[in-house]
Design a protein around this ligand. Sequence first.
Ligand code: O2Y
Ligand code: MN
Length: 674
Amino acid sequence: MIFSSLRHLFLLEQVSASRLSYLTHMASTQFIGGRRRASEYGLQLKRTFSVIHGSLDWLTPEAREYVVEKARLCQPENIHVCDGSEAENAALVDQMVRAGTLKKITSDKFENCYLALTDKRDIARVERKTYICMEKEKDACPTVRFGSKAFLGNWMSVESMDFQMNRLRFPNSMAGRTMYVIPFSMGPVGSPLAKYGFELTDSPYVVSSMRIMTRMGKSVLDYLQQSGEKQFIRCLHSVGRSLGMLSSWPCDPENTLIAHFPHRNEVCSYGSGYGGNSLLGKKCFALRLASSLAQREMWLAEHMLILGITNPEGKKKYIAAAFPSACGKTNLAMLKPTLPGWKVECVGDDIAWMRFDSEGNLRGINPESGFFGVVPGTSMKTNPYAMKAIHKNTIFTNVAMTKDGDAYWEGMEDEDLDLDEVEVTSWDHRRWTRESEFTAAHKNSRFCSPAHQLEIIDPAWEDPKGVPIEAILFGGRRERVVPLVYESNDWTHGVFTGASMRSLTTAASLEGTVRRVNHDPFAMRPFLGYNCGQYFQHWLDMGKVANAKLPKIFYVNWFRKEERSKLPGGQDPKFLWPGFGENSRVLEWIFRRTDNEDVAISSPIGLVPKYGALNIEGLTPAVDMENLFAIRKDDWVREVQGIREFFEDQLPEDLPGPLWTELKKLEDRVASMP
Ligand code: O2Y
Ligand code: MN
């Protein structure tokens, strides 16, 4: 028995290793349905591929060559070139409903909404299987102190990864399936800030989701043909050869691998159909590859929301803000201010691409056109605008469903839903009640909704020039130490605050749930496309762009809690700040600072609001401002030690000199505190 299975494995390996040379000797292939045969393009292919939708003639010669090369590798049953039309999407949705991949949410509270339930092993993006592939390890990751575990990115050599992908994973990976060719634009088509890509995928769920998250289809193809634009990002995706546990959600979790080749403008993702692993325009292209492009082309690709804020006098400003994943970026981007007369509008909730224009203004776009937000906790209280937007034309993934065809998730606070009456089936197909020890919706369940449906989408969100950014916010989840808001002393100090960002994370471990304050520079730790030290240097260099009007940089923390030591025994500390709509009070102070109003005072860590300058009028219950803004010497001695340890451990050779200097300056200021 053992002998025969080993022999079987051996044979498989032989086949994989010889596949490429085998393929190159195959006879030429015809494309049926496209107007020309592939052999007319001079390409040698294994066999006949039918083009069942669209045409290869729609593609530029470079894009066509890419499609044919990958079709030869993945051996799909046929090829579908996406046009992005309503009719095309309706047919795909229909097909997915028939295959059980999507279920229609039939309740009349939802219009044209669907639910996808994934394989249990395919529920989030997988950092440990995500690599940056460059010639030298040093190009991708900083050198760490001897004996330390590298924390800032995974590297694999280009050759090893090519072998993994082209020999072991992708050959034949699309057999029996359609290869969809998705032409897409990150950013408004034709914008000087936009970039283009082709995602080749065997997942119709990815096609429908990319249609929401990006500008996709014929408009992009026409633009590429007409403009002569040659650059495009190559994105290859397959859910993999293994069927997984559900035939409605094929995947290959054991072999999942996601690779980025910044110098080839290429992403390859195998084995997962989920979110960030499969919608390759998002984290893979718009952050990892784009951050590397941005370094080479002198712009910024950041894990940031962009919001527009208008004061009661009608003056408007735009703010970009970086927070680690799961720190409420979507809620801030769609904030409903409690301050009378103030208005917030949303440009984007996750990614910002920014470049200084000829007048020196930092112009930003949201490269996406949809929201892929976390569902649990989304309610009329936490995010009323999102709540409305996600009730139509939305693909939900891994929420629960009631017997009446309603979607359900923890924290939705739906008074119309009587949970004692209605039968709920959890995302993983179990009968769920309020007493269940598991959650109804997966904690990383998502909505995928078109941005234009948001009531407060900014009127300029598709402006090809982008919007002028006047302030940049960094922040994280910190229960102690960090005050509600402070402003950096200058650009270099601001870059230092971004580099030293830390946030509380909660993760399951063998011992139970561990809560740890983790370093997450610029909220980019999982999304860096090149060496983090060089990334910091790039931010410093951006501060030297000729005639740049540098935005002010702030640090915010909505999550500070009461000091446990000051509470009666056993009492759980509460948040000191109400958050959500009340965060508009902090934005008001930031707004005034961008007008250089004299409402700030120096502190050892940066500029903080002068006494009385933060508008807390009408806040009930009253806020404990003293503890909310306390900057305690012992806390900050430890904080600065933590930053030094991080820099010395993870970036001993790569941290730019000016950031060592900023660290020393902060250490000195803290040391001289009374
Ligand atoms: O788990 C996933 O695949 C989604 S991750 C994600 C999605 C939308 C916005 N941000 C994130 C993130 O991890 O930062
Ligand atoms: Mn994100």
